[in-house]
Ligand binder design. Structure first.
Ligand code: TTP
Ligand code: MG
Ligand code: MG
Length: 348
């Protein structure tokens, strides 16, 4: 059985800003959205969250909920630098590190010899080291697969950790809300709620086929996930063949302008994450669209330079074919290894 740790920095962008400007301490703080995002928050600290303020919330709405909210502009260079430091720490424990975003990664520490291979102590030590070197707090989830580790890292946030050991997993997870599974958006939750289904355990009565009929390709994964089954490996940067950023919307979207905005957010995040893959080459861009009925389509194209205009063009090409409500949007690129490149030259 594997030992997986999922680490996620607490209110990451906001925490970096507060660290660097202590006068913000103890106050509700939010980070304004990236350029052109028309007033959506990137994130906020936990004081702001106690007023109901959340990531991706329109600024005007956040200010209604919390009139004293302090808005700070984003400084991506700082976040990238903090992220670099944090990821360097991860690599002191294992090579098997899979970054999910600037502030978040899976670590496979199955073969880590430190602390007699106690995943709990290793997670504690990583968080301690992160705080000593960057002044920032992180939370961790510890378990035997990615799914359970990821959900666990949220449970004692901020500055906490949670462990799901194999022998206690069944009892713990059947009480978890279905909403904890990433990829399960508001629409799916509404479907479940109508059927009186809330927790992992409530779904045990459905066969794989039932779930396929309702959720398409997500069905089999959902069937396994609610049982705590997940055999996905931790994929390191070296092994990574593609990188993508996707968003599942809280309600399906058909307006091109809104979709463009979401697309831009994905693009900015992908651009940021790409800074970790400077030594990789890429020339293929792809767009993934999942429609309201869970059917999914991808379109890919070779690109010269990674620009939003190119992304937008590719998206519109596919979206205009159907003009249907969209529940998930993703942007990604495919890497090719230098080995592939060599073979290509040889074949020519
Ligand atoms: P998250 O890890 O989702 O959120 P967080 O670190 O701010 O808060 P916590 O983990 O404690 O719940 O995202 C990491 C950073 O990514 C976040 O600080 C800002 C950015 N981000 C956006 O720009 N827009 C978004 O919609 C989200 C969710 C995050
Ligand atoms: Mg975080
Ligand atoms: Mg995160």
């Amino acid at each position: 059985m594997k030992k997986i740790i999922h680490i996620d920095m607490d209110y990451f962008f906001a925490q970096v800003e507060i660290r660097d400007n202590p006068s913000l301490k103890g106050k509700p703080v939010a980070i304004g959205g990236p350029k052109n995002s028309r007033g959506v928050l990137s994130t906020c600290n936990y004081i702001a969250r106690s007023f109901g303020v959340r990531s991706a919330m329109p600024t005007y709405k956040a200010l209604e909920l919390c009139p004293n909210l302090i808005l700070v502009n984003s400084h991506f260079d700082k976040y990238r630098e903090a992220s670099r430091e944090v990821f360097a720490i991860f690599h002191e424990y294992t090579d098997k590190v899979e970054g999910l975003s600037l502030d978040e990664a899976y670590l496979d520490i199955t073969d880590c010899d430190l602390f007699q291979n106690s995943a709990t102590l290793i997670a504690q030590d990583i968080r301690k080291k992160i705080f000593e070197r960057t002044g920032l707090t992180a939370s961790a989830g510890v378990s035997y697969n990615k799914l359970l580790a990821k959900i666990s890292s949220d449970i004692n946030k901020p500055n906490g950790q949670y462990v799901v050991a194999p022998e206690e997993a069944e009892d713990i997870i059947k009480k978890w809300s279905i909403a904890k599974i990433s990829g399960v958006g508001k629409v799916t939750i509404e479907k479940f709620t109508k059927l009186g289904l809330y927790n992992f355990g409530d779904l045990y009565q459905y066969s794989k086929l039932d779930l396929i009929n309702h959720f398409g390709t997500f069905g089999p994964r959902l069937y396994n996930y609610v049982r705590g089954i997940d055999d996905r490996e931790v994929i390191t940067e070296r092994e990574r063949k593609s990188l993508s950023v996707e968003r599942t919307f809280s309600s399906d979207i058909i307006e091109v302008e809104s979709l463009n905005q979401k697309l831009f957010e994905c693009f900015v995040e992908l651009e940021n994450r790409l800074s970790k893959y400077k030594n990789k080459n890429s020339k293929t861009l792809f767009i993934k669209i999942k429609y309201e009925d869970f059917t999914q389509t991808t379109i890919e194209e070779k690109y010269e330079s990674f620009l939003f205009e190119t992304v937008q063009e590719l998206f519109l090409k596919r979206f205009s074919e159907k003009n249907r409500k969209v529940r998930l949007l993703g942007v990604g690129i495919k890497f090719y290894s230098t080995k592939d490149k060599g073979q290509l030259t040889f074949n020519l």
